[in-house]
Design a protein around this ligand. Structure first.
Ligand SMILES: Nc1ncnc2c1ncn2[C@@H]1O[C@H](COP(=O)(O)OP(=O)(O)O)[C@@H](O)[C@H]1O
Ligand SMILES: [Mg+2]
Length: 260
């Protein structure tokens, strides 16, 4: 049973020790990692993925429930409590979506096939390009693949920690993802450049020069700001759809869509 993970400080890119004593992430928490390109965001979540023990370039240590994880947990994929989905994650098996999910479900001892179709439905909430049960996983687009794997991690996978590296760049409806992932009891960590995701997560870790610079806790004002941003995002989205459909933006549409 995973209750929390602890990240102990490593070294920044110039070899100086990071300025925090420890970072605790508890089951059920949502976290975002923000900072400029090259600041060490992917390295940070990769440390979690590997459950680093001062054996990565950052020299960080990751504890599980307050202790160094045994090698069995670190190196046995079936025991590993972590699912990581990046822009490069692909499915290689020559299987249909349904078969792919079926194999994973069976491996997890799930016999009820309903979960397969629930997972495909959920994935379809995350992407506008419809995923069918018969399509081969190898021909799914980037956005479809990520959507399927997130849905799979949420409904079939048992991993209590989910790491998502810049999924918003992958044709995924991020608001739907955030809506679903709240209250899963899992630790969900987003590496993100998206202000809505950054504001909707409970903790925000700021990276700079390979090091954690700050850990911020979400405030009520930020939660409200995020709601406003979601509205704004939707308006931008609807204008985008109008433009895509070849329509001209009229004064009226503009005031209808943007007044308030
Ligand atoms: N603390 C660190 N010490 C040494 N190298 C680091 C450290 N953090 C990041 N790096 C390296 O710096 C490069 C950029 O880091 P990366 O995590 O990919 O940045 P980001 O995801 O923020 O764009 C990578 O090659 C990474 O291995
Ligand atoms: Mg990165």
């Amino acid at each position: 049973m995973l209750k929390e993970i602890t990240i102990l400080p490593g070294l920044d890119k110039t070899g100086i020790i990071e300025g925090f004593s420890e970072i605790n992430l508890k089951a059920g928490e949502t976290v975002s990692i923000v900072g400029p390109t090259g600041s060490g965001k992917t390295a940070f979540i990769t440390d979690i993925e590997l459950m680093a023990q001062e054996d990565t370039s950052t020299r960080r240590r990751v504890l599980v429930n307050g202790e160094s994880p045994p090698d069995e947990i670190r190196y046995n994929p079936a025991m590993k409590p972590i699912a990581m989905i990046t822009q490069n994650t692909k499915c290689f098996a020559d299987l249909s979506t349904e078969e792919f999910l079926q194999i994973h479900a069976r491996a997890r001892g799930i016999t009820d096939n309903k979960v397969i179709f629930k997972t495909i439905d959920l994935a379809n909430n995350f992407t506008g390009e419809k995923i069918t049960k018969d399509v081969k996983v190898t021909v799914l687009s980037g956005g479809q693949t990520r959507s399927l794997l997130i849905a799979d991690a949420l409904l079939i996978g048992a991993a209590p920690i989910i790491l998502l590296d810049e999924i918003e760049n992958a044709g995924i409806f991020k608001q739907e993802v955030i809506g679903i992932i709240e209250n899963t009891g899992k630790i969900i960590i987003f590496v993100t450049h998206d202000p809505v995701i950054a504001l909707l997560t409970q903790k925000r870790i700021i990276m700079e020069n390979g090091a954690v610079k700050k850990v911020l806790i979400q405030s009520d004002i930020e939660t409200r700001a995020a709601q406003n941003l979601i509205e704004l995002d939707k308006r931008v989205g609807s204008i985008r759809e109008e433009l895509r459909a070849g329509n001209v933006i009229t004064n009226e549409m503009f005031s209808v869509n943007f007044a308030s």
